[in-house]
Design a protein around this ligand. Structure first.
Ligand SMILES: Cc1cc2nc3c(=O)[nH]c(=O)nc-3n(C[C@H](O)[C@H](O)[C@H](O)COP(=O)(O)OP(=O)(O)OC[C@H]3O[C@@H](n4cnc5c(N)ncnc54)[C@H](O)[C@@H]3O)c2cc1C
Length: 385
């Protein structure tokens, strides 16, 4: 598996290219065949999880010290991109495993790392990330979930909303208020386990896209957990949550990039087969220009995303800007490119007999989660290079 600092700013190394080939063939053989059914039936892509775990691609970011593959940020991006190219829902397995566990990797104690990263690396457990609440989305610091100290324990109460892979994951990084007078500096992060008494889940949301990825509320009803499950010091949870997003927005950019590439690849093949006016529609310059624009935008998004991944790996000072820019740009590109792919297939593109309408529905979420693209612009404006 590709290790850190073995890639230059924009160009993946030979090792990264080999990783892409491996993931692409696995995704095409074992994930793509189920993508339409997973969407149609709105069911968890168990086949994808099994295939990813069998090839050790479900949580490649976990450091080798904790039993993981120790992939760098660009390698993780490539895994997510290639899985998203065939099934966006399935790409949320490696993406959210990173999102959920990165707070532990960035700020957790050695004990927490050993306890929770090992099972994640082995494929015995998945990790989710619980920041959002019904009344605290873009304004995440306005959360109401509370954690109250009681001797050697904390007792958590509240509702987390929109939690990806909730119910399937064993572990949850939960942000909760420990000092209401301090706003964001009074928020702490904890690891909560699915089996902790008082943890339960809402019904799966009925969504426009990424239907194979369960999104549910997480209810915390007097959940009593040992105090050593706190990630970092009291009051540092919000900072950890934001630092996490600096790195993981790049994985959403990767997901968007993969969805867009999948749509372009499908449309490219289709226009060569489809004949109108006595010739393949690919012969019309109007069609060629659309494909050229799609490919140009994807390449620009890819360069921005890979550069951001390199910055994430190195921990560059301008990572916050770059992560937000990559996520915002790549997700807007994904929306445009998938919409154009539907257009290129005409009426057929508008039906579920072809994958591009699914890709268009899936692309939309990348403009919304891990901070909407309005929020990304706020983040960029505050951190202008
Ligand atoms: C499928 C799905 C999966 C998700 N997974 C997770 C997860 O795993 N964990 C998690 O914690 N959260 C998750 N989320 C939550 C997601 O991050 C939030 O939905 C998102 O941050 C927006 O919050 P909101 O939905 O409350 O919208 P709101 O904050 O209510 O925003 C509504 C609109 O107002 C705009 N807006 C808000 N404030 C401003 C402002 N200051 N300036 C300009 N415009 C503004 C927004 O951009 C948006 O267009 C998920 C959401 C979805 C839909």
């Amino acid at each position: 598996m590709a290790g850190s600092a073995d890639f230059d700013l924009y160009r993946p190394s030979e090792e990264h290219d080999m990783l892409r080939e491996t993931v692409r063939s696995l995704a095409e053989a074992k994930i793509e065949p189920f993508a339409a059914a997973v969407d149609e039936e709105a069911r968890f892509p168990q086949e994808a999880l099994d295939a990813l775990v069998a090839s050790d691609l479900h949580a490649v970011h976990v450091p080798e010290t904790y039993g993981g593959a120790g992939a760098d940020a660009l390698a993780t991006v490539i895994v997510i991109e290639e899985v998203a190219r065939v099934c966006a829902s399935s790409s949320l397995i490696p993406a959210v495993n990173k999102l959920g566990s990165l707070p532990v990797i960035l700020s957790g104690s050695e004990e927490l790392k050993k306890k929770y990263l090992g099972p994640l690396a082995k494929g015995d457990a998945m990790f989710s990330y619980c920041l959002s609440e019904p009344d605290a989305g873009s304004d995440a610091a306005g959360m109401k979930t509370k954690a109250v100290r009681d001797g050697d324990f904390y007792v958590l109460n509240g509702v987390k909303r929109w939690i990806t892979n909730a119910g399937v994951s064993e572990y949850y990084t939960v942000m909760a208020v420990t000092d209401p007078s301090m706003r964001s500096k009074g928020i702490s992060a904890f690891v909560v386990e699915k089996s902790d008494p008082g943890v339960s889940f809402g019904a799966p949301e009925k969504k426009l896209g990424i239907k194979g990825s369960p999104t549910r509320e997480v209810y915390l009803d007097n959940v009593r957990i040992p105090a050593d499950r706190m990630i970092g010091a009291e009051g540092t949870g919000f900072a950890t949550a934001m630092k996490t997003l600096d790195h993981t927005r790049i994985t959403i950019a990767a997901q968007a990039l993969g969805i867009a590439q999948g749509a372009l690849d499908y449309a490219k093949g289709y226009v060569k087969e489809r004949k109108q006016f006595g010739k393949p529609i690919a012969d019309f310059q109007g069609i060629q220009f659309m494909l050229a624009d799609m490919a140009m935008k994807i390449e620009a998004a890819r360069q921005l995303t890979y550069a951001a991944a390199a910055k994430s790996e190195r921990g560059d000072a301008d990572l916050t800007f770059q992560g937000a820019a990559a996520k915002c740009f790549a997700s807007d590109v994904a929306m445009e490119v998938t919409t154009d792919a539907v257009q290129l297939l005409g009426g057929y593109g508008y039906t579920r007999d072809y994958p591009v309408e699914r890709m268009m529905r899936d692309a939309k979420i990348t403009q919304i989660y891990e901070g909407t693209n309005q929020v990304q612009r706020i983040v960029m404006a505050r951190n202008l290079p």
